[in-house]
Ligand binder design. Sequence first.
Ligand SMILES: C[S@@+](CC[C@H](N)C(=O)[O-])C[C@H]1O[C@@H](n2cnc3c(N)ncnc32)[C@H](O)[C@@H]1O
Length: 273
Amino acid sequence: MRAGSSRTNGEARKLTPRQIERRISQLGPWFHNMNLGGIQTAPDHFLGDYPMVKWTRFSHLVPRDLKGMTVLDVGCNGGFYSIEMKRRGADRIISVDSDPFYLKQAQFAAEVSGAKIEFHCLSVYDLRQLNERFDLVLFTGVLYHLRYPLLALDLLYEHAVRDKLIFQSMLRGSDAVAAVDEDYPFAERAIFQEPGFPCMYFVEHRYCGDPTNWWIPNRAGAEAMLRSAGFEILEHPEKEVYLCRKGRRAIDYGRSRDVLERAEQLIPLGLRD
Ligand SMILES: C[S@@+](CC[C@H](N)C(=O)[O-])C[C@H]1O[C@@H](n2cnc3c(N)ncnc32)[C@H](O)[C@@H]1O
């Protein structure tokens, strides 16, 4: 196995509630609230019972039986979604996060839950290293933490998604989606004032006290970026969540491949956030 990688064997680790409680506390603070052997990991989460409250609003998008399917969870954090995918019987689950702090939580949660999962300390920009495409890719809650969000979507398309993508992002600004033409004359200015024109808000310093919030799209912006990266939106069951299918890229493929390859050359130079 590569450095920074690990695997749980699928057998639930037998620990007493006291041992679980102590380990949860050592590994905290947790962003994912999960019930591990009767103990909650983040009972005072500012978003409530998160991400359970979110999951219940889009869980119907994922087949109840994932047998025969492979799943990649990008930015897995404490492992809530990875464990849910295992509960639905996915054959193989790979979970990656660029932050070893969260991967340790996910590994422990998987051990206690008896979920067989493979973990890699890997950035979304390095997904090529997995050398594998997945039937279902989860990319939830990560886009706005990236300095190069469109590159991440392009790389997911190029190297990770075989069929379906579940995408979720914090959204801000208008909920409207304006009808946008393919082209405008240079003199056109009014369209940029439309609340439903695709846009991303750049966060120079912090949002919600978090310096890793970089770009927050409005709804039209998120949808336009997904399409531009080659994902066809199938369903939008919840304000922030999209089920997509890998489709054809909307932009000239030759040109974008060239740009993508050049961008990828920058990755070993330290593109991480
Ligand atoms: C807001 S949490 C979302 C967690 C989970 N996917 C969810 O939807 O609840 C963002 C996660 O993305 C991870 N992350 C941030 N930048 C990343 C990157 N470049 N590559 C992979 N994971 C990243 C963070 O470490 C964190 O665990």
